[in-house]
Design a protein around this ligand. Structure first.
Ligand SMILES: Nc1ncnc2c1ncn2[C@@H]1O[C@H](COP(=O)(O)OP(=O)(O)OP(=O)(O)O)[C@@H](O)[C@H]1O
Length: 274
């Protein structure tokens, strides 16, 4: 483990904590996907979660959102100070998910609905069910949706069915949906993995903007180390379910990259290594 990883092995409570995970393990059969992971992310931080394929990145994000239970025992996870997992049981995850915008590699829009309707779905958590079901959206939410689409640069496509849009347009729509939801934090699981480099950069720039301008905390899993370094101040690296680096992205030197990815570490750079 690097010295910076050791420094964060036992995170203290933060007054404004986006995520506080302590000693989290998750076992699938004989395999430990997470093995005593402790991470603490403050509300306004932007953190990249990196690591080789199968290192536990998605498992950690799914555990944070309560979409998946962690092993029983002493592991705990809280989001915005509220417990999501304790004693191997998921509690309060719905409340946490209302405050978290989730962005996925495959965009997770409803393909046959328009981009606008998809973005409006972000408001569902705040509306009585029947209004959303009937499409009787409050006009304030409708204008909020259009503003969000405008902000992420895809308002021209509002009426177009989501499954006819490019990947980059869909991912920007997913970010607009999180804005309409009023998310206070974003968990993005490989948001650029299915995109071309130009669209990928745009999506990363939007996430940075939400972090820097709106103060949203962002945790983003990335396969591309160069993107983690370029866009995120802090990097947490997992390897075989353990945290092997937690520190400034500028501190990721060749030795650490070899520790994380092995001698083929340059394969983890998407664009040419500087
Ligand atoms: N539902 C599941 N059932 C069994 N094993 C699982 C399940 N989910 C994840 N795993 C295993 O847990 C380990 C961690 O998987 P995870 O998807 O979290 O890794 P990852 O770092 O996100 O990988 P990738 O970068 O390839 O998406 C892997 O060995 C995976 O096979």
């Amino acid at each position: 483990m690097s010295s910076s990883a050791a420094a964060t092995a036992a995170p203290g409570p933060l007054a404004t904590s986006l995520v506080l995970a302590r000693d989290v393990s998750k076992t699938f059969g004989a395999r430990k996907a997470l093995d005593g992971v402790s991470v603490s992310v403050a509300a306004g931080e932007m953190v990249a979660l990196i690591g080789p394929s199968g290192s536990g990145k998605s498992t950690l994000l799914r555990s944070i959102t309560g979409l998946q239970s962690i092993d029983g025992g002493k592991g705990t996870i809280s989001v915005f100070g509220q417990t999501v997992q304790k004693d191997g049981r998921v509690t309060g995850a719905r409340a946490a998910r209302r405050r978290l915008g989730m962005i996925f590699q495959q965009f997770n829009l409803v393909g046959r609905l328009s981009l606008f309707s998809n973005v409006m779905l972000g408001a569902l958590g705040r509306l009585p069910g029947w209004r959303g079901m009937l499409g009787a959206w409050p006009s304030a939410d409708k204008s909020r949706a259009m503003q969000a689409l405008h902000r992420v640069g895809v308002s021209d496509y509002a009426a177009q069915r989501a499954n006819t849009l490019s990947g980059g347009q869909q991912q920007r729509g997913a970010i607009a949906r999180a804005l309409v939801q009023g998310a206070e934090g974003i968990l993005a699981d490989e948001p650029v993995a299915s995109l071309d480099p130009v669209s990928a950069r745009k999506v990363m720039e939007l996430l940075v903007e939400l972090n820097k301008r709106d103060g949203l905390g962002v945790i983003v899993t990335l396969h591309q180390v160069d993107y983690a370094i370029r866009y995120c101040d802090r990097v947490i690296a997992l390897k075989a379910g353990k945290v092997v680096y937690d520190g400034p992205s500028t501190g990721l030197d060749t030795k650490q990259l070899i520790d994380i990815y092995g001698p083929e570490f340059e394969d983890a750079f998407w664009e040419a290594k500087a």
